[in-house]
Design a protein around this ligand. Structure first.
Ligand SMILES: Cc1ncc(COP(=O)(O)O)c(C=O)c1O
Length: 382
């Protein structure tokens, strides 16, 4: 059967998906990193099925499934932070964080770092990657480590914050949608200090990195202090849409900040999230993700620099080819070998499930590394 038709996925189970043409593919794409505990994880599926027969939505009136899930999220949070609400998507919760910050500080401008991903609304786009969106004048884009030295970026942050007009700086600690660029821990520590000094809130967008994706519970757990606002989403519902926000206890998120939407506080999303967090509670998540981290490092250790720059940690990796064609070609090549990955811009992205078997992952990574090497050879001989 020809494989030229666009790929269609008809079902998924654990680390694998079944394509419409009958092929089984190992999934290292996992719904853009939302499926972290395997497709149709039985415990999460059971919780959803049970909730489907009870109630789907209550118009944000209290519900036991929602209360239980929120208690689990609250229990996970670093001390000094509280759970401040949920939405369905990452973009919505980023927007909410911006509104909370403007209400808290009384300021109306925001800053973000170039080519971060916080969503595709007018504000979130204007904050990081698109200069044509509405609201540009209130959003300032700072350079990130792919454009300037950290010291230079911090100087620019300081100059900007010194005007005391910026309500919040949003930061994506690993730019998962931009080739995996990441600043040093010292940079993030300095950013937090500068924000505190100038009365600006620091928002860590951990929509992708949160919930063990980079080994610890949150990327920010590796810092000596927590940001003012923490956003998380993808892994929380294992593919069922749910995003959440935690804030420093002193930050108000009451009715003045108009929390929630029609679909937030959904019992169905809460059923998925509650079951997902129960599974995570029982698993040695940090150990599992650290094993993935080591497997990826080992697989790409010998990759020549000409075959792509490897960036990432834990279960979030990008291999950057610096040109826009190679990533698509490598993605297509590994897909022909039964491995599903994504490509974004000049990079391919690997987002394994925490539960992928080590031997299976090791084999797949070797195939991806070989495809990267072939691509480099191809370019050299062109
Ligand atoms: C770090 C980060 N923040 C925010 C978003 C936006 O989330 P959504 O697509 O659910 O709006 C994404 C999506 O990829 C993301 O990776």
């Amino acid at each position: 059967m020809s494989h030229d038709r666009p790929l269609q996925i008809v079902s998924g189970s654990g680390s694998y998906v079944q394509a419409g043409d009958g092929r089984t593919l190992l999934d290292l794409r996992n719904g853009f990193g939302s499926v972290f505990l395997g497709h149709c994880n039985p415990e999460i599926t059971d919780a959803l099925v049970q909730q489907l027969g009870q109630v789907w939505t209550t118009g944000r009136i209290s519900n036991p499934t929602v209360e239980q899930a929120y208690a689990k999220i609250e229990a996970l949070l670093p001390s000094g932070m509280r759970f401040a609400g949920s939405y369905s998507t990452g973009m919505e919760v980023s927007e909410y964080a911006a509104r909370v910050a403007t209400a808290h500080t009384g300021r109306r401008r925001l800053a973000g770092f170039a080519r971060s991903m916080h969503g595709k609304s007018a504000m979130t786009a204007a904050l990081s990657w698109e200069r044509t969106s509405l609201g540009n004048s209130d959003c300032h884009i700072l350079p990130f480590v792919h454009q300037a030295a950290e010291s230079e970026i911090l100087n620019q942050v300081e100059d900007l914050l010194a005007h005391h007009e910026i309500a919040a700086v949003l930061v994506e600690p690993i730019q998962g949608s931009n080739s995996g660029f990441e600043a040093s821990l010292d940079f993030y520590e300095s950013l937090l200090e500068l924000c505190e000094l100038h009365g600006t809130l620091c928002v860590f967008d951990e929509i992708l990195t949160g919930l063990y994706r980079t080994v610890p519970l949150f990327f920010a757990t590796r810092l000596t202090r927590m940001p003012d606002i923490l956003l998380f989403a993808k892994s929380m519902g294992n593919g069922f849409p749910m995003s959440g926000m935690a804030v420093r206890e002193s930050i108000e998120t009451g009715s003045r900040t108009l929390p929630g939407s029609t679909f937030s506080d959904s019992p169905l999303a809460a059923a998925a999230a509650g079951a997902c967090l129960s599974v995570m509670e029982r698993l040695p998540m940090e150990f599992l993700v650290d094993e993935i981290d080591q497997a990826v490092r080992a697989a790409f250790l010998d990759l020549p620099a000409s075959a792509g720059t490897v960036r990432g940690r834990g279960a979030l990796w990008c291999i950057d080819f610096a040109d826009l064609q190679s990533s698509g070609r490598v993605r297509a090549a590994v897909e022909r070998e039964g491995i599903l990955i994504s490509s974004q811009g000049s990079a391919i992205r690997l987002l394994p499930s925490a539960l992928v078997a080590c031997d299976v992952l090791g084999f797949a990574l070797a195939r991806v590394a070989a495809a990267c090497a072939d691509e480099s050879f191809r370019k050299d001989t062109m």
